[in-house]
Design a binder for this molecule. Structure first.
Ligand code: C5P
Length: 232
């Protein structure tokens, strides 16, 4: 898979999501379905968007004991999404079990990527609440290495970390990066942002873009601008 823009469909209902996707006549952007939409509508929303011809990143961030995650992944594999994910904090055995559950009898499977540390967790919170006293960037790289060792395909990370993840884990290890904003737009609640062109230069494989597209007056135009700047 080459570079692509993934639109975060952070909507509360099927109606809002379909009304949004209807604004891309004849086009099939790669979409991310997160917890809000999945919990509101269930697996049917994944099947419906799939049937419309979109590629899907199912962003449910699993984190539980290995056996539970394995069984949950073996349910998700039948939804036929392109990418799904979990928390690297669940440990290497949990990630290995997830991969096993996700693999279909014919050996095919969706790509599996790991969340390292959430971008909402900063150094102070990590030390205070998690009792992890190493530098945050080292923790992110350690978790990325764990994901690589477990056989995963990549990580979700900040575009600012993409180059270093590739150095540590290899050029073929995917970096999927949220926190992307146009140079002339608001950052919203994202703290560390990059433009699509800068994320491309930093080596991100996929950018995840929500509000700059979903809240744009003309979402199709915003998506095309992202695609031009990031994919070229
Ligand atoms: O609207 P915005 O472009 O900020 O949306 C970014 C998307 O990426 C949201 O769905 C958000 O939950 C997700 N995300 C993130 N930072 C992470 C992991 C996921 O912003 N570390």
């Amino acid at each position: 898979m080459g570079k692509d823009v993934i639109i975060a469909c952070d909507f509360a209902s099927r109606e809002q999501t379909m009304a949004f996707l209807d604004r891309f006549p004849g086009r099939k952007p790669f979409v991310k379905i997160g917890m809000e939409l999945y919990y509101a509508e269930g697996p049917g929303i994944v099947r419906e968007i799939r049937e419309r011809g979109h590629r899907i990143f199912l962003d449910l961030k699993l984190h539980d004991i290995p056996n539970t995650v394995k069984k949950a992944m073996s349910v998700l594999r039948d939804l036929d999404v392109d990418i799904t994910n979990l928390h690297a904090a669940g440990t290497i055995p949990m990630m290995e079990a997830a991969l096993e559950g996700l693999t279909r009898p014919d050996g095919s499977r969706p790509m599996l990527i790991a969340v390292t540390q959430l971008t909402s967790t900063d150094q102070a919170a990590m030390e205070r609440d998690l009792w992890i006293e190493k530098p945050l960037d080292q923790v992110v790289m350690h978790y990325a290495m764990n994901a690589r060792k477990a056989g995963l395909d990549g990580v979700v990370c900040s575009p600012l970390e993409a180059a270093r993840v590739h150095e540590v884990c290899g050029a073929d290890f995917l970096t999927v990066t949220p926190g992307v904003r146009f140079a002339d737009a608001a950052a919203d609640d994202q703290r560390r942002v990059m433009t699509p062109a800068d994320a491309r230069a930093a080596g991100s494989d996929y950018i995840v873009v929500g509000r700059p597209i979903t809240a744009a007056k003309d979402p199709l135009e915003a998506w095309e601008r992202c695609m031009r700047d990031f994919v070229g």
